[in-house]
Design a protein around this ligand. Structure first.
Ligand SMILES: Cc1cc2nc3c(=O)[nH]c(=O)nc-3n(C[C@H](O)[C@H](O)[C@H](O)COP(=O)(O)O)c2cc1C
Ligand code: SF4
Length: 470
């Protein structure tokens, strides 16, 4: 199979075209350190010998961000090196280990109505003027602030929809979310000055820890993706036009390359489409792919959607999750979707991007994924020229040995993903990610395997009994 033929990724050669894209398992310490559970998670994937295994989105800053891995300080190098070592050992050196580097802006939980109107909402002239106008009460313009807030707190939704600005209404209903266009905030305005150095230093630490590749996270709902977005209206040269939107991701790439040179494969993950109203188009994605390839990236890993703009309203006290709306369903396609269902759903969007890169005379490998649950889908995509490598996140979670089972001709033993997104629900709740299938059946290590406090296995079962595709 072409899927098991080697692939050059800049200075690195992958033994095959199998790939596990980044997945956050929620197993780091709250300070962002590698734990034994993080090591066990990647070690288990490595035993199935994927050609490339990408470590979860890892923060480039040294700021609290919950149990997500971080590379924002030299003190993280030691733990990351342990992880590299464990993967090397478990795969017999056959898996190349990459790490995804991420920056994200602040997002607040959805507040109670009372908290929003008594504390969070900023009272200014335009708000007072709108309230006075909508409610027909001119005195609201000069009313003392506590009384004004109390008046708004007592309003019903139809009035609030007219009194609050669209942004205020969103903060009230979804929780406040910073955007890259909030240039009135100095830390947002100066992102172009700050991010190249932060990414470069984090990448240098990952190289010191021994990773084979670094993937810049330019996908989904995070900072670099928001710069690429068609909704980026910054007018400081870092938005609006395609070239403006590309500028910061390219400057980040250049800074990282200058720091790490050719010691590792360096590429990015970005979107074949944002799948939101007014979002980037297929033409944008092809243009970006050519620009990244021309700049010298060693691979382009494609994802799709996963945006905050169309996310479902969270419950009070919870934060919006970018995989809940239509764009989220494109990102992690589930079994309930209309034909073709989740299976191979995002492959057709990779083909024109790869073609545009080839038409520009560049050979940069393109990696596609999304709903891959059988080797034939992967193989056909490679034969058709949709992509150069085909990845699987959830199928690899359901059965980390599946690449090896297929390679050895034992495909009937694969434990097949159901694409019902139980794992995604756990991610959404910031709980340790596990697979519903791991707890079905009887496995030789059942007695000693580590479990969550509510009894779920933390590691996939060994190649053994249990439900398979048979
Ligand atoms: C639990 C979970 C966590 C994820 N975390 C990340 C992440 O850290 N970075 C990323 O780019 N994608 C992340 N993804 C998206 C996957 O990499 C992948 O693009 C998506 O699941 C679709 O591929 P699949 O159909 O093979 O699962 C995550 C997916 C899941 C299910
Ligand atoms: S929990 Fe469901 S969707 Fe997630 S990997 Fe397991 S079977 Fe697939």
């Amino acid at each position: 199979m072409r899927w098991f033929q080697p692939l050059r990724l800049g200075p690195v050669t992958a033994e095959a075209r199998t790939w596990i894209p980044a997945m956050v398992p929620w197993r780091a310490t709250t300070e962002g350190f590698v734990t034994p559970e993080v090591v066990a998670w990647y070690e288990r994937f490595a035993r199935g010998e994927p050609a490339v295994l990408v470590v979860e989105a890892t923060g480039i800053r040294d700021v609290p961000s919950g149990p997500l891995l971080r590379a924002g300080h030299d003190r993280y190098i030691e733990g990351l090196a342990r992880l590299v070592e464990a993967v090397r050992r478990a795969s017999g050196g056959r898996s190349r280990l990459f790490i995804q580097l991420i920056d994200f802006l602040a997002i607040k939980r959805r507040p109670t109505k009372e908290a929003f109107f008594t504390r969070f909402l900023q009272v200014d002239g335009p708000l007072r003027a709108r309230a006075a106008d909508v409610l027909g009460e001119p005195s609201l313009v000069a009313l003392d602030e506590p009384a004004f807030r109390a008046r708004l707190l007592g309003l019903e939704e139809p009035h609030l929809e007219r009194v609050l600005s669209p942004r205020e209404l969103e903060s009230y209903r979804m929780g406040h979310r910073e955007r890259v266009t909030d240039v009135h905030l100095p830390h947002v305005r100066y992102l172009p000055q700050v991010l190249p150095g932060l990414f470069a230093r984090a990448a240098r630490r990952c190289v010191e820890a021994g990773f084979d590749g670094v993937e810049l996270h330019c996908a989904h709902a995070y900072t670099l993706a928001s710069f690429l977005s068609a909704r980026n209206t910054r007018t400081d040269g870092y938005g609006t036009s395609r070239e403006g939107r590309l500028r910061l991701p390219l400057e980040v790439y250049a800074a990282v390359r200058a720091e790490v040179g050719q010691r590792v494969a360096l590429g990015c993950r970005y979107l074949s489409g944002e799948v939101i109203e007014g979002g980037s188009t297929a033409e944008d994605a092809a243009h970006f792919g050519v620009a990244f390839a021309r700049a010298g990236m060693d691979f382009l890993s494609l994802s799709r959607g996963g945006k905050f703009e169309d996310a479902r309203q969270p419950k009070v006290g919870a934060a919006a999750y970018p995989y809940t709306g239509p764009s989220g369903h494109a990102c992690m396609p589930a079994a309930h979707l209309p034909p073709p269902g989740p299976w191979g759903r995002n492959l057709p969007f990779a083909a024109p991007i790869r073609q545009a890169v080839r038409d520009a005379g560049l050979e940069t490998p393109v990696i596609a994924c999304g709903g891959i649950g059988s080797p034939w889908q992967a193989e056909e995509a490679l034969q058709r020229g949709d992509a150069d490598a085909v990845g699987a996140a959830r199928q690899a979670l359901a059965d980390p040995d599946w690449f090896m089972k297929v390679r050895l001709g034992r495909g009937e033993e694969v434990r097949r993903c159901l694409f019902t997104n139980y794992c995604e629900g756990l991610d959404q709740a910031h709980k340790a990610v596990t697979c519903q299938l791991w707890d079905r059946g009887v496995f030789p290590d059942d007695a000693e395997v580590a479990r969550t406090p509510d009894g779920r296995r933390l590691v996939a079962p060994p190649w053994g009994t249990g439900p398979t595709s048979r």
